[in-house]
Write a protein that binds this ligand. Structure first.
Ligand SMILES: Cc1cc2nc3c(=O)[nH]c(=O)nc-3n(C[C@H](O)[C@H](O)[C@H](O)COP(=O)(O)O)c2cc1C
Length: 222
């Protein structure tokens, strides 16, 4: 975590624009804790789009769920380039380094219910697709797949080559969910954050966290 600026912030509860998780067992396929909390690992890699990770963190409630964060080495470089002021970690979110496997998500005996790699580089995607488990991030993804929990990748690259596409195919066959960092425009987003949120909303949907982060198609507005 050297050189990375992590700013703990506590957002007022009114800013958590999500309702409680209603279906964690159904959607995450994981062990439902008595209080309905789910364990979510947010992994950030060195693809462009650090704002996607920031907005996901801004919309996960660490007072309701266990939120863990891990960054690849290159993520730190991209965060420094793309997020003025650095990555803001809401209070209660736990950051981990890449090296030590002594973390609460590197073993099948204690996997997260959901892991989101956001944004996800082609490099990390390829290493996961081929079973590398050289660091905590890759190992956690391997664990999540083998334990049949929810692995969501938000890949960012353009254009794609055949290797990227084949790796995506492998990951889909292994049970991962791919939510490309492709914003939608039909809801009339007028800011970058609103565009980014059209992707983050889909990520929250697939974790199983009901949210109103972005307008939905053909939804009645209040
Ligand atoms: C500013 C910047 C933007 C980058 N954007 C992307 C990207 O969108 N997609 C990608 O696959 N790699 C991107 N890269 C390259 C990756 O950071 C590089 O391949 C790195 O080795 C990935 O390591 P990681 O997967 O461990 O994070 C970018 C690099 C920099 C410095």
């Amino acid at each position: 975590m050297e050189g990375l600026k992590l700013i703990p912030v506590l957002l007022p509860i009114s800013q958590w624009r999500q309702r409680p998780c209603l279906l964690p067992r159904l959607v995450c396929g994981g062990a439902l804790r008595h209080d309905g909390a789910v364990k979510i690992l947010v992994a950030i890699t060195g693809a462009s789009g650090a704002l996607y990770a920031q907005r996901l963190l801004d919309n996960l409630n660490p007072h309701e769920h266990q939120i863990h964060v891990v960054l690849s080495n290159y993520a730190q470089q991209v965060v420094a380039t793309e997020l003025p002021g650095g990555l803001r970690l809401p209070e209660g979110v736990k950051p981990y380094g890449l090296k030590s496997m002594n973390v609460p998500f590197a073993s099948g005996s204690n996997p997260p219910d959901a892991m989101v790699i956001i944004p996800c580089t082609m490099g990390t995607m390829g290493r996961i697709a081929h079973g590398y488990s050289e660091d905590v991030l890759q190992r956690a993804a391997d664990v999540v797949l083998k334990e049949k929990r929810k692995l969501i990748l938000v890949p960012r690259e353009t254009p794609l080559n055949l290797i990227h596409v084949k790796n995506m195919e492998l990951l889909l066959l292994a049970g991962a969910t791919l939510i490309p960092a492709n914003p939608s425009f039909y809801a009339g987003a007028s800011t970058i954050v609103e565009l980014v949120d059209t992707v983050v909303a889909r990520v929250l949907d697939h974790i199983g966290l009901p949210n109103q982060l972005a307008p939905r198609w053909a939804e009645e507005q209040d």
